[in-house]
Design a protein around this ligand. Structure first.
Ligand code: G1P
Length: 295
């Protein structure tokens, strides 16, 4: 099953990053020199996705503008000999074919994905959560696509999280299939004490068959009064085969300050321009902190 289309739900209100996200969408906050959403779009493009639908809301038109051409700015840059900068901003707009749909009401992740039904049609498709950024050798989505192609079924991306963290995620009931690939039997969204299936959490990447839309159509509100993708996936994995890939790479939840800062530091250390001086800055800072602790 060839996966050509991806959906990026990016309609959340960004309440964990206020006041920064009062007027700037959380997906547009810069991680070093690019907005968060660009990392997600680049991962999809690197995994062979051709068409992307971003599910937005009325406060997020900065995203549409970002992936558009900006002729005046390009012309100005070219006139002042900044060819590289002009090429960089042009490249953002040419990463993929990007489409937009609004989630007119904030009714949860399941409802946001359901908004993509006309865009997707009957094909298998990928879902990449707009604030989950990955750092990996092989794009995380490509790892999921190859498992879903191998087994001809839906696939979710997973990693084990700490006991104290599983209540933030969808917890999976799995059995081993082949190496890092597992069969999915069940799952529950944000399990309370004593409710988790395991510490394997779904972390922001999915490849789904279009059967999910019929299920989402009649999925009632669940955790937090919202239509949960997990509740629909729970039904999908009973009806059809579903696998989970324990992906290689590091995931950052950039929708909260801790994940955002960790991603900023890791990406800045990797960046050609900022890497060398930041490394030195961190070493100096660490020495200063150690000195202050001793004295
Ligand atoms: C969402 C999903 C959850 C998933 C998590 C991490 O939760 O509902 O199942 O485990 O993303 O990708 P949220 O972060 O929106 O609370």
């Amino acid at each position: 099953m060839k996966v050509r289309k991806a959906v990026i739900p990016a309609a959340g209100l960004g309440t964990r990053m206020l006041p920064a996200t009062k007027t700037v969408p959380k997906e547009m906050l810069p991680l070093v020199d690019k907005p968060v959403i660009q990392y997600v779009v680049e991962e999809a493009a690197a995994a062979g996705i051709e068409d992307i639908l971003i599910v937005t809301n009325r406060a997020k038109s900065a995203m549409d503008d970002y992936f558009d051409y900006h002729p005046e700015l390009e012309e100005r840059l070219l006139r002042s000999g900044k060819e590289q900068e002009a090429a960089t901003i042009r490249r953002c707009a040419d990463l993929c074919n990007i489409f937009y749909v609004r989630q007119k009401e904030t009714k949860g992740l399941g409802h946001a994905v359901w908004r993509a039904r006309n865009f997707v049609g009957k094909e298998p498709f990928a879902v990449l959560l707009g604030d989950d950024v990955m750092k990996s050798k092989t794009p995380v989505l490509a790892q999921l696509i190859s498992a879903s192609e191998k087994y001809g079924c839906s696939c979710v991306g997973t990693q084990q999280v700490e006991d104290s963290q599983i209540s933030k995620y969808s917890s999976l009931k799995l059995s081993p299939l082949d190496g890092r690939i597992y069969t999915v039997h069940d799952m529950n969204e944000k399990p309370g004490p004593g409710e988790k299936f395991s510490n394997f959490a779904i972390l922001g990447r999915y490849v789904l068959t279009s059967s999910i839309f019929d299920i989402l159509e009649r999925t009632p509100p669940g955790h937090g009064g919202e239509i949960q993708l997990t509740d629909a996936l729970k039904e999908l994995c009973r009806k059809e085969r579903m696998v989970a890939v324990e992906f290689e790479g590091r995931r950052y939840d950039t929708g909260n300050l801790k994940g955002f800062l960790e991603a900023t530091i890791d990406f800045a250390l990797e960046n050609e321009e900022s890497g060398p001086w930041l490394r030195q800055f961190i070493l100096d800072k660490a020495a200063e902190l150690a000195y202050n602790c001793r004295s």
